[in-house]
Design a protein around this ligand. Sequence first.
Ligand SMILES: NCc1[nH]cc(CCC(=O)O)c1CC(=O)O
Length: 308
Amino acid sequence: MTIESLRIGTRGSPLALAQTHMVRALLAKAHGVAEDHIAIEIIKTTGDMIQDRPLSESGGKGLFTKELDVALIAGTIDLAVHSSKDLPTHLPSEIVIAGYLPREDVRDAWIGRNGATIDALPPGAVVGTASLRRAAQVKRRRPDLQTTLLRGNVHTRLAKVESGEVDATLLALAGLKRLGLADRATALLPLQDFPPAVGQGAIGITARAKDPKTRAALAPILDEATALALAAERAFLAALDGSCRTPIAGHATVENGELSFYGEVLKSDGSEVWTTRRKGRAIDAAMLGADAGNEIVLKLPHGLAGLM
Ligand SMILES: NCc1[nH]cc(CCC(=O)O)c1CC(=O)O
């Protein structure tokens, strides 16, 4: 295999394509080849086709990844680029997360109509989001606001704020930046009140487990600190059963071999929150995250089922 025979698989959304072009540019630079010598294969996923209901109600796991997994296993692509946030807790045994690009800013951006902040919105104002976590975090700060389902890609969601369909929305700053839309954020939400989804801001790359050549080709563009942070966050999510029907936030940072983790689970209406923190050696990332998740499971009055 030469680097020029690598085929990258991706979803076709503008964000997915922007992220895939970042990966391709980094690979081309690391290996000294022209970008257009690395092929990009666009693959439609089930998640791209469901637009009218929350994905949390659409049953299956890996709605944004299944078709890419199939193409990887079949060998029509060699790697796939994902928002880590959309990667399910469990992957098919033939596939691994080869690693992550260095992480972007993990914060949520607030997009308020005419610049209104969350504190300035009048009671009853409508915040649109498809994320149970964001809806619960908004309700926790402002129980008097309404939340409504808002799906579609980033451009669609921004347009719905502009047209007045909703008064505000929240989007990952990372996604806005990659689309050149960071100036559409009217505020950045503080991490203390709006800790991010597990994996937010990190671009993950999957590959076949038994494809050492592709994994070696990827090695120079991957970031170890991000991989350790994500190991903690994903272990936290797995301990909580990885449910996307539960509002969950988890965020780890790694500095000088030390990992700090914060996680929370909320009631959907924001009326209760269970939190946990860990600090420890980064090499123990997965254990720290799992331990934090198990602590929350034990704290929940009726277990995980009680939250749904
Ligand atoms: N579920 C959609 C999704 N998946 C990843 C991102 C943002 C990019 C990232 O977190 O790296 C988004 C959009 C959003 O939440 O605003």
